[in-house]
Design a protein around this ligand. Sequence first.
Ligand code: P6P
Length: 337
Amino acid sequence: MNQFEVVTLSEFILNSQSQFPQAEGDLSHLLHHVGTAAKIVNREVNKAGLVDILGEMGTSNVQGEDQKKLDIFANDHFINSLHSCGEVCAIASEENESFILFDDDVARNGKYVFLMDPLDGSSNIDVNVSIGTIFSIYKRKTKVGEKATMDDFLQPGTEQVAAGYILYGSSTMLVYTTGQGINGFTLDPSIGEFCLSHKLIKNPEDGVIYSLNEGNYLKFPAGVKQYIKYCQEKDAATNRPYSSRYIGSLVSDVHRNLLKGGIFMYPITDSAPKGKLRLLYECNPIAFIIEQAGGKATDGNQRIMELTPTSLHQRTPFYCGSTNMVNKVEEFIRVFG
Ligand code: P6P
């Protein structure tokens, strides 16, 4: 690719598909629709401060979290856009208690199920801090033409056929994988296209950034407390003390550490005894991305993508990023609990 060549998301998806002679274009068609929906959500996120789309809906989601107007806009838009593409037979969303079944003649034949956190970090929306959409795609287990069931969603992360996120930040990026590495596309508003900007991203195996909500320090397991102290100790040979960086928006924290190296942690706490982040539509897609870039994602003990889900909104402790840093915190957890 020469320095002047612009590869759009659509071209990239089609070029990637051509590497799989047996591919019929269904996943390509689905990913194209994700890109289109992302551009429309981006338009609303970018003008949120100017129109009456900020603030609370006055409702709460299944998690008991206040729903922001943009949460609902993003959720509704992704659902409608993916329903119309005909490749998805059902969707699970952080904003909805159960999955949304598409039971019309076209969508019932969709080969895939789609899981998403439509607008993660929404508590940051009203203060103009970057937020993100996270998505995960599986081949359905039920037969094409039949109604989707919960079994289609309760698959381990290793079964994902694609996963990614959209980061609505200083620029808007879409980062995704179909298992052949991860690539990042930056939205060029002047042409309305996501353009390849970060080819085959590699996560450094070491880093000097640790990310977690240290306000929960007193509630962390002993091993995590010991690891935080390890990060803060002076040791020139291992580039410590590390820097603490935490935005409180998962996609933003993960994306920074993916590119620069670093570790993101959301351990168990008293108020979140199973962790806060959701396995199916936050941790599994992020884990797929991180592993495809050469990093590691666990629950402090087990590989995230090998956890067998038992419910749509189940939570898990989450440690992800540079492999050597995740290994180190796991070592402290093994020793100190
Ligand atoms: P805390 C946002 O609400 C979110 O789900 C993630 O985006 C983020 O990483 C985490 O919660 C922040 O949680 O408890 O540190 O505010």
